[in-house]
Each structure stands twice: as structure tokens, then as C-alpha cells.
Design a protein around this ligand. Structure first.
Ligand SMILES: NC(=O)C1=CN([C@@H]2O[C@H](COP(=O)(O)OP(=O)(O)OC[C@H]3O[C@@H](n4cnc5c(N)ncnc54)[C@H](OP(=O)(O)O)[C@@H]3O)[C@@H](O)[C@H]2O)C=CC1
Ligand SMILES: N[C@@H](CC(=O)OP(=O)(O)O)C(=O)O
Length: 365
């Protein structure tokens, strides 16, 4: 089978490097173009990047010449463009690619709140992709060129948060109240400049700019529904769910931990065993579609008292699975639990790849 050509914007960064690792030997996509700032453009990737992953830099990427982030050069041949761009620059660059007819899957925050841009965690709300599927199908039927589009991946902490929420809401109805306290890995802060060691060693930093607002807002879009016209989304209202997030940076390399408590609208609430069973039984649509990167177990329910832990549990299902442990009654709300998700896999680049696999399976790209 001919592989689709993939480009990576922001290829030298934390998310960009993860894209390159995940695209190595991928059955559907081959890495074709790499873009970064003018500081990196013109260099072979191995000379432009400061590689910080525990997996080795793939040989196939070493000598690709990094380009400026423009829809020309090697990017012109790409079927899909993944973006791990700094959000200060992502807005204009991603728009240029979309306007030039490219399918763009972005990790940046810039377009997440646009009414016609899907905000997708592929194991949780892939049905939100139907609005781009419709646009592409309508254009084909009218004999027009494929339109460009942007699909956004959620904030990395939001991705972990919504994983247990979606199956619970599907099974037991709305969650009225939700609190989340995060312990976020330093890879989430990116590499340019990144979190200085002196700030994080022997320390916890109780502030991550913009993060709490993103978790509180994005949850309402992801748990919302595609509208009747299939051209936008009906977000959950504040009356349907109240979310309160507190975000902290901790000295962990990869993997965001979140301590969450929730209250169902339904009275009496489901039993503890029902809650656990629904999480265990949840199978994502990407797995049903046979997507290569889909986790075999979307949510891993752990019973040990001291799990999940980032170092031990972040790579479950290659980082595409989310771990949920310590599920227990909450004396204030109904239940509390600890969620762990890999911030650069299911929280970023991995989600991008899985979204692309779904789009390919549905002939959108
Ligand atoms: N890290 C994470 O866990 C997550 C990150 N995100 C989002 O993904 C995006 C990337 O984050 P992250 O990888 O952490 O960031 P990094 O700081 O590690 O990487 C930023 C990338 O953007 C490139 N860049 C910077 N300036 C320009 C420019 N003027 N033109 C073109 N490219 C430029 C850099 O290239 P160069 O090396 O040449 O400077 C680099 O490749 C951000 O928008 C972030 O908010 C989303 C979810 C999770
Ligand atoms: N802010 C997240 C990573 C990130 O960049 O998120 P966003 O894509 O929403 O800006 C973290 O610090 O872990």
C-alpha cells in the first residue's frame, strides 16, 4: 500500500520530536517534510535538533533538510501536515497551510475555540471529525478540489481528564461537578526554552499559564455534540457541567497525573463497581476501525493502592492508553480517582497520528 506523505511543523520541539518517533516505520504515513524556525531551516534535521527523547533519533529523519514552515518545497507533496508549532507562530502558519488546501492536525491552542474546528481526543470524541468529513465529501460530490482544514488536538491535561469522563457520561448521564488537580511533566512546557532545572528540582510550581482555563473550557467542547447541521458543535453549558482545575508542574519527565473528584447529576449515583466496569469496558472507535495506533485497552483501571505512577504506567498501550487508579468514594462529591496520561503521546503527537489514521480510514485524506 502506498503510504501518505506527512510533514511536521515545529519538528525540532518537544511535540515535534515525538511526531518523528511515532512516524518511524508507520504503516500508513511516511515522514517527508520537516519545518521549524529560520534558526533551524537549511540544516539537516540531526544538526538542527537537540534530541531529548529516550528513543534514538530515527535514521530516516536524520538527513531530511529542515525547511521554513511554508506550503511549498517538500511540504507541497504532503497529504497531511502535523503541527507542533509554538503557539506564537502557529496561528498564521497553520492558516497558510489550510488556505493552500492542506489537511492540518495541530497541537497548538490557536484554533481550538473556533466554532467550525473539531477539538479531538481521538480515543474519546472522534465523531467530531464528521464535520470535516462532510466538507470533504461535499466538495468531492460538487467536483471541487479537496478543501484544506484544521483539526485541533486538545490541551494535554484535558486529554487525560476527558478519558474517564466520556464513558461515565455515556453510561450514567451528566457529571454536574468536577474538580481536577494536576501534577504535570516538564516535557509539557516544551524545549524552547523549557523549564530550567533550578526551577523544578526539589520543587513544585503551582502555576501553568492558561492551563486551568483551557481544561475548564475544552472539556465542555469535547464532551459536547456535533450540531444538527454537522457544521459546528453544541458545547456543554455551565449548568450541565461545572469544572474547576488547579495545575502544578512537577519534576517528572513525561506523563501528567490528575487527581479528580466528580459528582453525577443522577441520584442515587452509580455504584463504585459500576463506575469501574464502565471504564474497563470502554472501547474506542479507533480500535473498532482497526487503526494501527489505537490502544487495545483505552482505559486501564488499576487496583493497586499506589498506582498509577508516571514512570511505571505512562507507556501503557505505547502511551495511547490512559491509566485510572484509586477509584473510591468521595465524602464531598461522589467519586475520586487518579488519572495518568502520556502528555506527548495521547496528550499531543500520538493523538495527532491517531486522528490522521481515522481520517485516512474514512477517506478524508
Ligand atoms: N509539550 C506538550 O506536552 C504539549 C504541547 N502542546 C502544544 O504544541 C506546540 C508545541 O509545543 P512544544 O513542542 O512543547 O514546544 P517547543 O518549544 O518544544 O517547540 C516549538 C517548535 O516551534 C518552532 N518554532 C519556534 N518559533 C518558530 C517560528 N517563528 N516559525 C516556525 N517555527 C517556529 C521551534 O523551532 P526551532 O527549534 O527552530 O526554534 C520548535 O520546533 C505548542 O503550541 C504547545 O502549546 C500541546 C499539547 C501538549
Ligand atoms: N501547557 C501544557 C502543554 C501545552 O502546551 O498545552 P497547550 O497545547 O494547551 O498550550 C503543559 O504545560 O503541560
Amino acid at each position: 500500500m502506498v503510504k501518505k506523505k506527512a510533514g511536521v511543523l515545529g519538528a525540532t520541539g518537544s511535540v515535534g520530536q515525538r511526531f518523528i518517533l511515532l512516524l518511524e516505520n508507520h504503516p500508513d504515513f511516511e515522514l517527508h517534510a520537516l519545518g521549524a524556525s529560520s534558526r533551524s531551516a537549511g540544516k539537516a534535521y540531526k544538526d538542527a535538533v537537540v534530541w531529548k527523547q529516550t528513543g534514538l533519533l530515527p535514521k530516516s529523519a536524520e538527513n531530511i533538510q529542515v525547511e521554513e514552515c511554508k506550503p511549498e518545497g517538500r511540504f507541497a507533496d504532503c497529504d497531511i501536515v502535523f503541527s507542533g508549532l509554538d503557539s506564537d507562530y502557529a496561528g498564521e502558519i497553520e492558516k497558510n497551510f489550510r488556505d493552500a488546501g492542506f489537511a492540518v492536525v495541530s497541537n497548538a491552542k490557536n484554533y481550538r475555540r473556533e466554532p467550525d474546528v473539531p477539538l479531538v481526543v481521538p480515543t474519546i470524541n472522534p465523531e467530531h471529525l464528521s464535520i470535516v468529513e462532510k466538507r470533504v465529501t461535499d466538495a468531492k460530490a460538487a467536483g471541487k478540489q479537496k478543501p484544506g482544514f484544521i483539526v485541533c488536538i486538545s490541551n494535554c491535561s484535558t486529554a487525560g481528564l476527558v478519558a474517564p469522563l466520556k464513558p461515565l457520561v455515556d453510561a450514567f448521564g451528566p457529571i454536574e461537578l468536577l474538580t481536577a488537580t494536576t501534577l504535570q511533566a516538564i516535557s509539557g512546557a516544551g524545549f524552547s526554552p523549557g523549564t530550567p532545572g533550578i526551577d523544578i528540582l526539589d520543587n513544585v510550581v503551582p502555576y501553568i499559564s492558561g492551563e486551568e482555563d483551557k481544561m475548564e473550557w475544552e472539556t465542555k467542547k469535547i464532551l459536547g455534540k456535533v450540531n444538527k447541521q454537522n457544521d459546528g458543535f453544541d458545547l456543554l453549558s455551565d449548568d450541565e457541567i461545572k469544572v474547576s482545575a488547579q495545575c502544578n508542574r512537577v519534576a517528572v519527565s513525561d506523563g501528567h497525573t490528575e487527581c479528580i473528584s466528580l459528582k453525577f447529576a443522577k441520584r442515587p449515583p452509580p455504584s463504585l463497581e459500576q463506575v469501574k466496569q464502565v471504564l474497563r469496558d470502554y472501547e474506542c472507535d479507533a480500535a473498532k476501525l482497526g487503526c494501527y495506533s489505537a490502544p487495545s485497552q483505552t482505559i486501564h483501571v488499576l487496583e493497586e493502592n499506589d498506582r498509577p505512577q508516571p514512570r511505571l504506567d505512562r507507556n501503557r498501550d505505547n502511551g495511547y492508553g490512559v491509566s485510572v487508579g484509586r477509584i473510591r468514594p468521595d465524602p464531598v462529591l461522589d467519586y475520586k480517582m487518579v488519572v495518568l496520561s502520556h502528555n506527548t503521546v495521547i496528550g499531543a503527537a500520538g493523538s495527532g497520528i491517531l486522528i490522521a489514521e481515522i481520517l485516512k480510514a474514512k477517506n478524508v485524506i
